[in-house]
Design a binder for this molecule. Structure first.
Ligand code: AMP
Length: 149
């Protein structure tokens, strides 16, 4: 099974912020980097939360909170699930679909943050893998057919 290690190259920049940052500033950082999620770190660099586009809608806009005075710590998700580089594309897709989220930080054995993968990255990898297998099977079938004279 394909691991997610290969998906960590050529990524969009990883955006990390502090829990004291206001939502509006976080949105500016997300828009500037063209990403849908930021990781919230404490002073020691450990993950304390994640804040995504969905949180902007569900926890800020729809609650009529003021993004310029609401700190991330009030609206971020604190129990952040993550993956390791050796985890398979399928396992990560399963976790995301079961838990209804679309972003997954990837940490190495030492707890170093390697990046965030999105559900789009995983679906693309899965499709590429399936296309490869189908191509192999088509070749196999074509080679097995008796030659027409
Ligand atoms: P998303 O679909 O990724 O925009 O996120 C949907 C909800 O799940 C939001 O409340 C996020 O804060 C939360 N969320 C996103 N990614 C994770 C994650 N890896 N672990 C825990 N919660 C997450």
């Amino acid at each position: 099974m394909n691991s997610i290690r290969g998906l960590l190259q050529n990524r969009k920049p990883l955006v990390t912020v502090s829990a004291d940052l206001m939502v509006f500033a976080a949105i500016e950082r997300m828009a500037g980097a063209d990403v849908g999620a930021v990781l919230v770190l404490d002073d020691a660099g450990s993950i304390v939360g994640i804040f995504t586009e969905r949180d902007c809608l569900q926890k800020v806009s729809s609650k009529k909170l003021d993004p310029t005075t609401t700190p991330l710590r009030q609206v971020m998700t604190t129990n952040v699930r993550y993956a390791k580089p050796e985890h398979s594309v399928e396992a990560c897709l399963r976790l995301m679909t079961e838990r209804y989220f679309r972003h997954l930080p990837v940490l190495d054995e030492q707890g170093k943050i390697l990046g965030i993968i999105s559900i789009g990255d995983l679906v693309k990898a899965r499709l590429t893998e399936q296309e490869f297998v189908i191509g192999q099977m088509e070749h196999y079938i074509a080679d097995s057919l008796p030659v027409q004279r």
